[in-house]
Design a protein around this ligand. Sequence first.
Ligand code: FAD
Length: 467
Amino acid sequence: MDKNFDVIVIGGGPGGYVCAIRSAQLGFKTACIESRGTLGGTCLNVGCIPSKSLLNLSENYHKAQNEFNNLGIESSGVKLNLSKMMNNKNKSVLTLTKGVEYLFKKNKITYLKGTGSILSKNTVSVADESKKKISYQTKNIIISTGSIPSSLSGIKIDENNIVSSTGALSFNKVPKELIIIGGGYIGLEMGSIWKRLGSKVTVIEFLDHIIPGMDKDVSNEFLKILTKQGINFKLDSKVTSVNVLRNKTIVDFTNNKSAKRERIECDKVLVAVGRKSNIGSDIVKLGIKLEKEKIKVNNKFETNIKGIYAIGDCIHLGPMLAHKAEDEGIAVAEIIAGQAGHVNYDVIPAVIYTSPEVASVGKTEQELQKESIKYKVGKFPFLANSRAKVNNETEGFVKIIADEKTDKVLGVHIIGSHAGTMIAEMALAMEFGASSEDIARTCHAHPTHTEAVKEAALAVDKRPIHF
Ligand SMILES: Cc1cc2nc3c(=O)[nH]c(=O)nc-3n(C[C@H](O)[C@H](O)[C@H](O)COP(=O)(O)OP(=O)(O)OC[C@H]3O[C@@H](n4cnc5c(N)ncnc54)[C@H](O)[C@@H]3O)c2cc1C
């Protein structure tokens, strides 16, 4: 095999594999190194895809068990078969990871299986399972090594009693009692899955609210809805220790304000306190600069070493999200090809796939207040949207924040059953610099949940029709 490439990508996650495909499309001789044995990274193997599969299946189970009978669909006798559900999830993961392998073949990308390390700005070595190393030469290196779960000091994840999201995606039995440390999106998605399948779920969160950084209006509504669904919350609380004693796990925590100490005994603990960049020792040895333990890149995604680029979860820019990594993968390939690759970090949608879903793009009210930007707000509840009403999906609202003077949309926050899909329209509107008036004057199909977007835009100017 020829060992000379134009582009070598280290890491086959959404950042890396998309970058490899775009590089090949642009005519570069491209290789992608992946150590996990399958392509797709965290997202396809142990992140977005398996979690969304279980969210979908558990929601169907929960509805069949608790809601269908009231709607004239006789569904008594519905039973959970967890191993079948897990098999279905695994099948989805396999199909999608194999799909990426097919795309590599189609685009003539060399897939190097093993662990990559950068020896110099033009040389990468790949160690296979037997630790045998082969070196490759390349004009450009793209680091896309992603992220790994973080823990708290003194808490060791064993993926048995104390698990990360990876372990929580593969429990072979529904835990009777599950404690989740961290009220971020991963903790709440996992909590929703296991609550619907029968666990008693308690979320312990250090802050006094869930989902750090989320618009407060939405976060308060979200907390109310999840509490109504039966998830227990211990906010403003610091976990002080987690100990395993005869297969029971004991979690001690203290309330930040009252200093009251509490202890809960449970079957499983999920540590969902965030993720950290996956920085190999080769990166440190080469002297690649970091910022807050993430790889620092310039506006061309280049590190401080010319010809070595980085993208995705391992860099200091933007949120740790798969679509952000993908867009950076495309942008960096285009930049290397002399084109104008670009990522607009002001318009990156974020979605939480609970029921209802929560989605946002742009600024929150709190961010605008900090920046002393004057704004106006339009809100419209799904309770007044006809489609949401007939579907019994009336929880939540659409909130549009627009500049007080120019009316330009600065942020959109949606909590509702189709929020994740609806946010795309808002991202597009913001990319085109739309005003709330532009959205209000765009014809939206009836009856759809998206009419709530039009109404929220009308509400910015205090003229909603149906509320
Ligand atoms: C439970 C969970 C749910 C999530 N849900 C969502 C969601 O719904 N939507 C969303 O946008 N994001 C979601 N994410 C986040 C998303 O998975 C990441 O943002 C995304 O995978 C980042 O892509 P990446 O390519 O930067 O890194 P990764 O996907 O982490 O891929 C990096 C790859 O590099 C490989 N690698 C590392 N070092 C080396 C090396 N030296 N040699 C060879 N290979 C190496 C790793 O094995 C890995 O496969 C979720 C994450 C988790 C954990």
